[in-house]
Every structure is written in C-alpha cells, then in structure tokens.
Design a protein around this ligand. Structure first.
Ligand code: SF4
Length: 179
C-alpha cells in the first residue's frame, strides 16, 4: 500500500520508515514544517532529511515554504499552540495524499514521547475525513530509543528542541540575573 508519510525530521523518520517498510507499506516522505525556527535550523533539518532519504532510497516531496510570520501569527496567544501547529502541517499532508492518490497518510510525529500523541491522532483523523483519505495510525513510540543508534550509524544531525522559537526558549532560557 502506498502511503504518504509526513516527516517532521530525519531522526523520527529512521525507525518509522523502517517499520512501515517491514510491515509491507510503500512509504513516500512529505516534508512540510514551517514550525522550525530559526531559518538556519530549518535548513539544517531539511538537509539532514535529504541525507537520510538518499541513504535509504526514500522518495520525499518537499514543500519548502518558510512562512515564519504567518505561522507565528497563527500560534501566538492561543491556548494550545501545538494543536494549531499539528493542524497546519497535517492538513498539507492530508491534501497531498488526497490530491495524489495515496491510500493513506501518517506522520513521524507519532514516534516521539515528547509530542502530544492523542492530540496528533485526533487532528489527523479529523483531517482525514475532511480530505477523504485514510489516516494510518500506529503507535511508533516503541521504536523511539532505537532512533538514537540509527542516527549515530548514519551520522545524522539530531536537533535539541522541538521546532518553534517558543520550544527553543523552553529548552534554553535560564534567567541570567535573579531578582
Ligand atoms: S512545541 Fe513543537 S509541536 Fe508545539 S508548536 Fe512548537 S514546534 Fe509545534
């Protein structure tokens, strides 16, 4: 079965693509992640995916649009920015899958224990019915720890924060001066 796999980054793709292939699927990758900031980090993650895709002979569709201002406007001052972020990215995946005759779509976000797993599932299911394409759900988190070794073996860059500038702050910001 041909499946479109939204790929958030190469490290999350390593186990997920391997597992899907082992399960008999024929995955094609889809990169659309305007949530990655700043631009130099975005480029680095995109190029790392190209490196990975070449190594495992994976076809990837790159929707290389960096709409930083638009993305920030949409997630600023909302109660749960991750929900909007998942929707922005997975909507494009559902659209691509539907327009190009894929049987289903899924996402590598489902491998991360740091993502909001149930929320991703709910957003994707809603989009699936909206776009008339199946969402393939699998809990890939069982393979998360294996991604560390797979990245080391392939020499892949592994990012230290989720993606948006807010997650970068949460990862690194420490007050230099205590009041
Ligand atoms: S923390 Fe991650 S999932 Fe949430 S809005 Fe930022 S980039 Fe998106």
């Amino acid at each position: 079965m041909e499946m479109l796999v939204h790929i958030c980054c190469a490290p999350c793709a390593t186990y997920t693509i391997q597992k899907l292939r082992n399960d008999g699927f024929d995955p094609t990758g889809f990169f659309y992640n305007p949530n990655i900031h700043p631009f130099t980090e975005y480029r680095r993650r995109l190029e790392t995916l190209q490196q990975y895709a070449d190594a495992v002979e994976l076809d990837v569709v790159y929707k290389d649009e960096y709409m930083l201002e638009d993305f920030i406007k949409k997630i600023l001052d909302v109660e749960d920015r991750c929900s909007i972020c998942y929707h922005i990215r997975l909507q494009e995946a559902a659209r691509q899958a539907s327009d190009n005759g894929f049987s289903a779509f899924t996402t590598t976000l489902l491998i991360s224990p740091y993502q909001k797993h149930e929320m991703i599932k709910d957003v994707a299911k809603t989009l699936a019915s909206e776009y008339g394409v199946d969402f393939y759900y699998q809990d890939f988190r069982e393979g998360y720890n294996m991604t560390f070794q797979l990245c080391r073996d392939m020499g892949l860059y592994r990012q230290p924060y989720c993606g948006c500038i807010f997650s970068e702050k949460e990862r690194y910001y420490r007050k230099l001066v205590t009041e």
